[in-house]
Design a protein around this ligand. Sequence first.
Ligand code: ADP
Ligand code: MG
Length: 250
Amino acid sequence: MSDTKIIPPIITFDKVNKWYGNSFHVLRDIDLSVAKGERIVICGPSGSGKSTLIRCINRLEEHQQGHLIVDGVELTDDVKAIDQVRKEVGMVFQQFNLFPHLTVLENLTLSPMWVGKMPKKEAEEKAMHQLKRVRIAEQANKYPLQLSGGQQQRVAIARALCLKPKIMLFDEPTSALDPEMIKEVLDVMIAMADEGITMLCVTHEMGFAKAVADRVIFMDQGQIVEQNNPHDFFNNPQNERSKDFLSKIL
Ligand code: ADP
Ligand code: MG
């Protein structure tokens, strides 16, 4: 044990429960500890609570029971704590959620300038750096709708990276894309994974999971029913529900 490196968790769910309304129990006793730099893929059937789980991490959804701690801050109704956590957590959605009336560059500089109070020139330099990183710098002055879906999603990733997040959440980032565009987005995500940022990604892209995930989490009916390294999860699932799910998607 002495040479085992102990990395403190950056995210801890401790018996987290959430309901929608009074009766729909969407997250059930979630216990999950994510190490700094860990890359987690979350999969499971539609409606199993995957989006809800990751949206709780930046408080786009609230939990009602248990404790959720993100980078040392417990998420409660304390607005300051929520603001602090949101600064550290980037999110990329299935529908890119870019502002259509702003150019690509303006989409990236908006928040650093107005929330982060960064001077325009500096915000633009940083934005261009991120656009290069996702290999789309030449599109900086176009509007989102002039780009392909794959390009728009790479802009959304660059926008999230401009805020220098410690944690990146992805919610089915390639599900809305045509097949030929999926790879260009996954390649950008794989490169990010190599840089050590903590990532939680809801996806059914098993190639991506095998390439980058330290751990695959399988959810069903609001519970984490199985978790394992990708090799063992895909080759030797233990739970009946994971076996059933994998038999349908593989
Ligand atoms: P997944 O991402 O795994 O498909 P979700 O977290 O989106 O699952 O949803 C889990 C369940 O919660 C689904 O049954 C969904 O219909 C329900 N749900 C999601 N969002 C809401 C909401 N805002 N109000 C009520 N029910 C919701
Ligand atoms: Mg979802």
